[in-house]
Ligand binder design. Sequence first.
Ligand code: BGC
Length: 576
Amino acid sequence: MRLNGQRRWAAAGVVVACAVATFGVALSAPAGAAPGCRVDYTANNWGGGGFGGKVKITNLGDALSNWTLKFTFPGSQRVTQGWSANWTQSGADVTATSMSWNGSLGTGAATEIGFNGSYSGTNTDPATFTLNGTTCTGVVPTSTTTTTTTTSGNPNPNPGNRVDNPYANAKMYVNPDWSAKAAAEPGGSRVANQPTGVWIDRIAAITGTVDGRGIEGHLNEAVRQAAGSPLVIQFVIYNLPGRDCSALASNGELKPTEIDRYKTEYIDPIAAILAKPAYKDLRIVTTVEIDSLPNLITNVTPRPTKVDACDVMKANGNYITGVGYALAKLGAIPNVYNYLDIGHHGWIGWDDNFGPTAELLFQAANASGSTKANVHGFIANTANYGALKEPYFTIDDSVNGTSVRQSKWVDWNRYVDELSYAQAFRQRAVQAGFDANVGMLIDTSRNGWGGSARPTGPGPKTTVDTYVNGGKLDRRIHLGNWCNQSGAGLGERPKAAPAAGIDAYVWMKPPGESDGASKEIPNNEGKGADKMCDPTYTGNIRNGNNMSGALADAPLSGKWFSAQFQELMRNAYPAL
Ligand code: BGC
């Protein structure tokens, strides 16, 4: 997979893009059981770029004899002097370790530490704190410059019910089949224990194929890995009729009209397995039908980017029927968390695509007997390469009076990275009718863009293009390129609650698995050869007629691509 087909379609319309800091309901581990913590953070701005920070740490887990608190400043803040802890800062990352006299913290006990700091611009509170490696989900931002949100420190009162953020205070499932392939690569053991998504990409994958075990095999292993603690296992539901209508690399086994087979041979058997009582304590995350609904916005008539196969799927309604059916069936299982795919900023980030996608998703969430209650959140950047954060330019910058939106790279998009896109989409989805507490996932498996070519500062302000091109981390030739991108690296490691509104950074696309074959390869999965996976291809309207930027000699989508995996490790950011 991984079509694209963004392109601006007449810049018009206004997007609500104000990122409001929201913190979900805090669920903490019961005292004395799994680790848990709460942090109350207060920043008092003095003016002139100085501020005082107060951090109250409450231990909600087992008694501790020493502790390490970590957080990341979202902006330019620096700790200039601290007390009641040993304070260090590296880049934006701050670490405070306990002193001899305040290291012991019983269950329910609290201690307060503080610091003086400096900042420029806005002084936004850190979104996430960890105590001895555990994310503190009882964050209460009480700074004088931001709104106070009250969170409860109560454990989930009813274990069968969904929690607000399934990733909070939970382990994540490591797929042993992917892990073995990663570990077999030189240097692969550095990442082989990372959690990755399990793709149910054809009917046969339900019971298992040459590529890996079936769903029950994964769930049984997940129960073993959980060992009684909360654990998230991530499945990708990916088998719609007429799948991947704007590209060929991930066309699937079901023909455009085969919606009944989708229901009875694919979704129903999956739901029957997930609903088994043996798996009731797992937190099962399902990401639903990558790429499908966004294709119905950007790659249909009358857009210049239209593809006939997408027109067919729009006309027959089977993407919407299928997504609604999957949401309804899977959402009926109390421990399943459905996340709908929203493409990525380089596709849906244009004004003409953004709102209409949110509205279409809402329509699908209410199709086939589903309701919006079946949607727990959304996932951005699945199997794509969009940078998480572009630190050296923002959408609001301009050069000699020209907005970065007018640069060739940004091309009137409203977003420059996945984090700002995902946070804004969350707001827009709520406006479209989704529940106010929906959460976002961002696939960071291959958007690291590290290595020696990574810029270390803004580009020169000669023109808007030198500024953007010199400073951007994303080194694709064009934002619309999507297949086995040359130069990419592993991104942020999977992490719970990393930023406001974000449930987790995840590795939904298993790094090392190809996006598509560079040349035609016969197969029985319905997959074609997409030119965007051929490094000699000079492009189409969906990538502005640029070179594809794909690596050579790639195998079929989903198959192991050793050379790509090696490059992803070399260019990892953070580095391995
Ligand atoms: C492929 C799937 C594969 C998935 C994960 C997709 O592009 O079409 O077959 O399971 O990627 O690698």
